[in-house]
Every structure is written in structure tokens, then in C-alpha cells.
Design a protein around this ligand. Structure first.
Ligand code: AMP
Ligand code: GLY
Length: 414
């Protein structure tokens, strides 16, 4: 099977590694990829925003499967262009990707499917916004309806800050605050069936102790020993399966990865958000733990063939830690020289924002590298990931030192 993977981050590096490890994958091409991906696949300089160029590349390479990593091309309809040209695609249509592209759309589908989520109002006028803010009270949760590259959500106790953010949005969703730990639970769907993956937890704030600004994610781990035993089953029954059924009933089946961001509240699970693609950095812990051959799995999803599929997992823990450029997330400094040490057993260095300049590896984004450690438990996995990240040199860079720390301590206490 020849595969084209679209994207250039740590998530795509992890997916590339998983696809490559499946013997069914005979050729792996990635557009545009990055220097880390280039060591395991053939990369092609095609922009993820150019639907026609991606389709032309798939045609030229005669691939059997196209896997779309990021949300922007999905919301731009790249999967529709590829499907019209006859390709099997892992990634939702433009219509189905609206689950990520519009928070108001996602709320409407959840309402029709009976999926538990925060109560909300969608507003366009200041008067509506003020009524919504005062109905729910503090903490205020204000979400830009559209894609906003991680900058769309503001959670604050300050009504003026909430109002100011709401007024910058053309359309805004204001919702009830959900208290409780957050988890990410992904499902792989062929449009009719959805196979839940194991849960992961992501660390969104920039600094230790969950301080500092929201980011794309500073680290993640899996499995979650502290989560209820039936969390996967419950999420399948209350969230994933009803969403897939509702999207199919609307005539816009969701084929690809449905990312459920959940809050475990005192009243039960609630959906915080959906994404229409694998999460970053959760993918960097889930793919190394997945035993089921990835290329075959995603091909089956893309060709409506998941009826008899089950997922198998390694009984090992994984922890991933992001090395971020100085100034991330507001104004990351790019162009710094990165010095890597050779890899250590049971660790993997995934490239997130790097570029090759002659013999030098340079930083080219806010999140630069993602380092995953595997181990018999979270403590061992953390030790490995931190041993590697502490030896990487990049001036001004930083990373959180508490990824999976509480969970690893709790696990030791069990
Ligand atoms: P998102 O960009 O949708 O992932 O939201 C960013 C973060 O905002 C989430 O990870 C949560 O920590 C927080 N958040 C979003 N919605 C809510 C909510 N209704 N209640 C509490 N926190 C929320
Ligand atoms: N880790 C959060 C996301 O991928 O959106």
C-alpha cells in the first residue's frame, strides 16, 4: 500500500512512524513533512492549504490511501477533492469537519444526538453576549465559533476580559463552566462504526502547575490509571457512537478521527470540544502504545470496513514532553540551532517545528520537538522522556517539568 500523509508536525511524525511500522505500507510519502519525518519517509514540498496540489501529488504518486493530519485542510475540503478523484481518504469531508470548524455546529449535532455537553448560547450581538455572560456568571467561558489556531477560547473570572474577547469574534459561543479533570478520547470511524482509542491527558498551559497561557499542548501521557474503569465504554456509548450515528443520519458521515475533549464533572462526562483529527501531542503517546497495524487500520476506516476490527494496546505507559521555543506561545523565537544527542532506548524524538539548513537543524515553530518515553509505568516513561529532553540544546527553549507527575505519584501509591 502506498500512502500519502499530509502535515508537518509532531503528530504527523508519530503517525508516519506508525504507518511505516505496518508491513502493509510499502511506500510512505509526506507533504510537506519535516526533517524528522524525512528520515523515515519521502517528503514533498506541498502546502497543506493547497487542495489541488495535494490531489495532484496523490495522483502522480498513485497512492492507495491519503491520511490528513491537520484541521485546516479538512475544513478547507481537501478530503472532498481527493474523494472526487477516487482516492481512499482518512479524514472527514468539509461538511463533517464542521464538528471542529464551528463550535455552534458541534453544539447543534450534540443537541440532536443527546450528547452531554455544557449549556451554551451562540451570540452575534453585544446585548446577547451580555445576557449570556450574566446567565452563566463567572468563570466565563467564551469561544470563537470558528477555527482560531488555539486562540479562540478564553476562560476568565473577569467579565470585562470575557466581553472584550467575545466582541472580537463574529460569532461566539458562551457556555457554562465545566469543573473537573479533562481527558482526550479519540475514536477511529469509517462513517458507521467508531473504535474508541485509549484515553490520554494533555497539558494545555505553558508552565508548571498549570500556570501561564493556553498552548497547543505541552505534553501528554497514557494510560490514565486514575480514570474510571468504564471511561472508554461510557464515552463510546454516550458520545462517540451517537455522534457518528447523527452525522450519518444527516447525510454527512464522519470518516476519520473524532477527537472528544471531555470534562469528568461531578455530574458525569461532558464534551468540552470536538476536533476532526488526531490531537497533538496526544498522538505521540497513543501511536507508540498501539499494537494494531496503523496503515491497515486507517485504510479500513477510509473504505468503510471497520465492522470486525478491534484495537490492541501495549501494556506500557507513554509520556511525551514538548520542547518549546522561547517566547511560545505569544511570540516564539525561530531559527535557533538545535543540538540533539543520539536516541536512548524506548524513547522517540518527534519533530514538531524544525527545519534543516545545510548541516544544521533549526527551530521553525513554537513547539519544536516532542520527546516520548515508554516504560513499565509512568515513572519509568517520564524518566526516559526527561533524560532525553534535558540533553537537547536550543537557546531560550523551555519545557514543563511536571508532565504526568501527579499521575505517576498516584500510580506508585496504588
Ligand atoms: P479548546 O480550545 O476548545 O480546547 O479549549 C481550551 C481549553 O479551555 C480547554 O482545554 C479547557 O481547559 C478550557 N475550556 C473550554 N471549555 C470549557 C468549559 N465549558 N468549562 C471549563 N473549561 C473549558
Ligand atoms: N492537544 C490538543 C489538540 O490537539 O487540539
Amino acid at each position: 500500500m502506498k500512502i500519502l500523509l499530509v502535515g508537518s508536525g509532531g503528530r504527523e511524525h508519530a503517525l508516519a512512524l506508525g504507518l511505516q511500522a505496518d508491513a502493509a505500507c510499502t511506500e510512505l510519502h509526506v507533504a510537506p513533512g519535516n526533517p524528522g519525518i524525512a528520515t523515515i519517509a519521502t517528503i514533498h514540498p506541498v502546502a497543506v492549504t493547497d487542495n489541488d496540489a495535494i490531489c495532484d501529488l496523490a495522483t502522480k504518486l498513485e497512492v492507495d490511501l491519503v491520511v490528513i493530519g491537520p484541521e485546516v485542510p479538512l475544513v478547507n475540503g481537501v478530503a472532498d477533492v481527493l474523494r472526487s478523484a477516487g482516492f481512499a481518504v482518512f479524514g472527514p469531508s468539509k461538511a463533517a469537519a464542521q464538528l471542529e470548524g464551528s463550535k455552534d455546529f458541534a453544539k447543534g449535532v450534540m443537541r440532536d444526538a443527546g450528547v452531554p455537553t455544557a449549556h451554551s448560547f451562540t451570540c452575534t450581538k453585544q446585548s446577547e453576549i451580555e445576557i449570556a455572560l450574566d446567565t452563566f456568571g463567572a468563570p466565563y467561558v467564551v469561544k470563537d465559533d470558528g477555527l482560531a489556531a488555539g486562540k479562540g477560547v478564553v476562560v476568565t473570572d473577569d467579565r470585562d476580559v470575557a466581553l472584550a474577547h467575545a466582541l472580537t469574534c463574529t460569532r461566539v459561543v458562551i457556555e457554562e463552566y465545566l469543573a473537573g479533570p479533562e481527558i482526550s478520547l479519540f475514536g477511529i470511524s469509517d462513517g458507521r462504526n467508531i473504535l474508541p482509542m485509549q484515553p490520554a491527558q494533555d497539558f494545555k498551559r505553558a508552565f508548571d502547575g498549570d500556570l501561564g497561557p493556553n498552548t497547543g499542548g505541552m505534553g501528554a501521557y497514557s494510560p490514565l490509571a486514575w480514570a474510571p474503569d468504564d471511561i472508554v465504554e461510557e464515552t463510546y456509548e454516550k458520545v462517540l457512537a451517537p455522534m457518528i450515528a447523527e452525522m450519518a443520519a444527516r447525510g454527512t458521515p464522519f470518516v476519520g478521527l473524532l477527537y472528544a475533549g471531555l470534562a469528568l464533572t461531578d455530574d458525569g462526562i461532558r464534551v468540552i470540544e470536538f476536533n476532526a483529527r488526531f490531537g497533538d501531542p496526544e498522538t505521540q503517546v497513543l501511536i507508540p502504545r498501539l499494537v494494531t497495524p496503523l496503515a491497515t487500520l486507517l485504510y479500513k476506516a477510509a473504505t468503510d470496513d471497520l465492522d470486525d476490527e478491534v484495537l490492541h494496546w501495549r501494556d506500557e505507559s507513554a509520556v511525551t514532553v514538548v520542547l518549546a521555543a522561547g517566547g511560545y506561545p505569544e511570540s516564539p523565537k525561530t531559527g535557533g540551532v538545535i543540538t540533539l544527542k543520539p536516541a536512548v532506548e524506548k524513547t522517540q524524538i518527534f519533530h514538531s517545528g524544525t527545519t534543516q539548513d545545510g548541516a544544521s537543524l533549526l527551530s521553525s515553530g513554537g513547539r519544536v520537538l516532542t520527546i516520548t518515553g515508554m516504560g513499565a509505568d509512568l515513572t519509568e516513561a517520564r524518566d526516559r522522556a526527561y533524560r532525553v529532553i534535558s540533553q537537547i540544546a536550543l537557546e531560550g527553549s523551555f519545557y514543563r517539568s511536571d508532565i504526568a507527575l501527579n499521575a505517576s505519584v498516584a500510580e506508585k501509591g496504588n
